[in-house]
Design a protein around this ligand. Structure first.
Ligand code: DGI
Ligand code: FE
Ligand code: FE
Ligand code: FE
Length: 189
């Protein structure tokens, strides 16, 4: 099984300094939310440390690996390849580092787009990625408070924020982002 020190060392060696710093921030935020909401904090920390391991591979390499590992699910995956690195990181950990924990792997795989029916650990990694201490956009403190109060509602607010941001900046919405939004909306109402 993957230990915190091992993932930490892997992340430190693989990632740029700024990406590694972001990773540490996600690990801290994920651990804090895990303790608050009754999720295994060690697992949350590991998932945070590992979530972006494949992020800095060139886009072409990410698409190539995703094809080779059969990880392409939507036409949009190839159109915006920066949504693939979670799935790639999870696959890599499962098959090359023999990580067996399915919930941990799912949390890494779904951290960019979410998915309908996310577990508490998955919600917490998705949200920690957006609200770690290095993120400074105007609404971030409101999101942090909302996540502290209620993980499901807080995650819904995070997905809603992402959706608004994508619309405002004229980025296309990936179908999984919309499905995640619809699912959480149903769950909190
Ligand atoms: O890897 P990080 O930068 O820490 O964060 P991330 O994995 O959450 O996001 C990576 C990028 O994915 C970010 O620039 C926003 C983008 N993204 C998330 N959802 C969607 C999306 N891009 C498109 N086009 N559509 C989406 O639904
Ligand atoms: Fe990411
Ligand atoms: Fe994110
Ligand atoms: Fe990230």
């Amino acid at each position: 099984e993957l230990r915190v020190e091992e993932v930490m060392s892997l992340a430190k060696h693989i990632l740029s300094e700024s990406r590694f710093k972001h990773t540490l921030g996600v690990a801290d935020q994920a651990e804090m939310l895990a303790k608050r909401h009754g999720v295994d904090p060690v697992k949350a920390r590991c998932a945070g440390l590992a979530h972006d391991l494949a992020k800095e591979l060139p886009a072409k390499v990410q698409v190539g690996l995703a094809r080779y590992w059969n990880l392409l699910e939507y036409p949009e995956d190839e159109q915006y390849p920066y949504v693939l690195h979670g799935r790639l990181s999870a696959y890599w950990l499962e098959h090359y580092f023999k990580v067996e924990d399915k919930d941990l792997l799912a949390a890494i795989a779904s951290h960019t787009l979410g998915r309908p029916g996310m577990s508490p650990l998955e919600m917490l990694i998705y949200s920690a990625d957006l609200t770690e201490s290095g993120r400074t956009f105007p609404e971030v403190d409101k999101l942090r408070q909302s996540l502290y109060d209620d993980l499901e509602k807080g995650t819904f607010d995070c997905v809603e924020g992402t959706l608004l941001y994508l619309k405002e900046s004229n980025h296309p919405i990936h179908p999984l982002t919309q499905l995640t939004y619809d699912d959480l909306k149903r769950r909190i109402s």
